[in-house]
Design a protein around this ligand. Structure first.
Ligand code: NAD
Length: 290
């Protein structure tokens, strides 16, 4: 396929490289002038999108996505697909897909889980909103860049699935970290805590696969001095999106709201910025109840 790729950052660059390695013709553009070996270099988003069967975007937020979409949609051939893999708010995703359809194109919102490692290894999971036809067009690309793509329904539902998942993740990580800090103060050995909880009803991905206590459970960022991994800043971004969506849909999400507040405090006033989101454990360990 002829693919335009806009946003060649930490995630986009390795995803574009995997498409090139699989034999696709990829033209890329990044506002910071990033280039990727094997990817033809365009001087604007519109140039990267011209004549493409599929245009992939991997951008920081919904406002940037909307401005890039407004630029590229008029240059894309009728019937082509705009495939956004960024994590953005549901309303931006739906606005972009409406605009694409009004111009005779199709659109998918397909945020990913799996991080930079998954992008490089081609093992991302895609959560996809949009039409069956567009999903079928993009499926071979999902199979190159990822290991799984779940079609979640109409436009915006991919972003909805992503932020609901990450709201659960933020809440369970905080619960796991505060429980470890409590266990420490009660004199419970961390290994014993892990052995019990990881096989009991308190189990979750946060403790079983990504244990925030160093030296316990499988390798995770806690074993690497809490270098990300998945940065607390990105967790804060996703929690903010979840609360924006909850406000827009009038949903009561008190745990998500508290998780957003805690990550905001951690990132903005407690030197959590740039650390992995599991660094909530040392944060709780140094605190007392008052
Ligand atoms: P990044 O900041 O490394 O990359 C974004 C790129 O977009 C940058 O290179 C930037 O120069 C470029 N850009 C910004 N404005 C542009 C414009 N107008 N035109 C063209 N290029 C432009 O971010 P990332 O880590 O690659 O993340 C990208 C998206 O994926 C985000 O929405 C993020 O939330 C999501 N995501 C990231 C991870 C992760 O672990 N990094 C995991 C899952 C999802």
């Amino acid at each position: 396929m002829k693919i335009g790729f806009i946003g060649l950052g930490n995630m986009g660059a390795p995803m574009a490289l995997n498409l090139v390695k699989a034999g696709h013709e990829v033209t890329g553009y990044d506002a910071a002038g990033v280039t990727v070996e094997g990817v033809a270099n365009a001087t604007s988003g519109a140039e990267a999108a011209t004549g493409a069967d599929v245009v992939i975007t991997m951008l920081p937020n919904g406002a940037i996505l909307q401005s890039v979409a407004a630029e590229v949609i008029p240059t894309m051939p009728k019937g082509s697909v705009l495939l956004d893999c960024s994590t953005v708010d549901v309303d931006s995703a739906r606005a972009v897909s409406d605009q694409a359809r009004e111009n005779g194109l199709d659109a998918l919102d397909a945020p990913v889980s799996g991080g930079i490692g998954g992008a490089a290894a081609g093992t991302l999971t895609f959560m996809v909103g949009g039409s069956e036809a567009a999903f079928a067009t993009a499926k071979p690309l999902f199979e190159i860049m990822g290991q799984k793509a779940v079609h979640c329904g109409p436009s915006g539902n991919g972003q909805a699935a992503k932020i609901c998942n990450n709201m659960i993740l933020g809440v369970t990580m905080i619960a796991t970290c505060e429980a470890f800090a409590l266990a420490d103060k009660l004199g419970l050995d961390r290994q014993a805590m892990f052995d019990v909880v990881s096989t009991s009803s308190g189990a979750s991905w946060s403790i079983n696969a990504y244990c925030p206590a160093p030296g316990i459970g499988p390798q995770s960022p806690s074993d690497n001095d809490y270098k990300p991994g998945f940065a607390a800043d990105l967790m804060l971004k996703d929690l903010r999106l979840s609360q924006q969506a909850a406000a827009s849909a009038d949903a009561d999400t008190p745990m998500g709201q508290l998780a957003e507040t805690l990550y905001q405090t951690f990132v903005e006033t407690e030197e959590g910025s740039g650390k992995d989101f599991s660094a909530m454990l040392p944060r709780f360990s140094t605190r007392s109840r008052t």
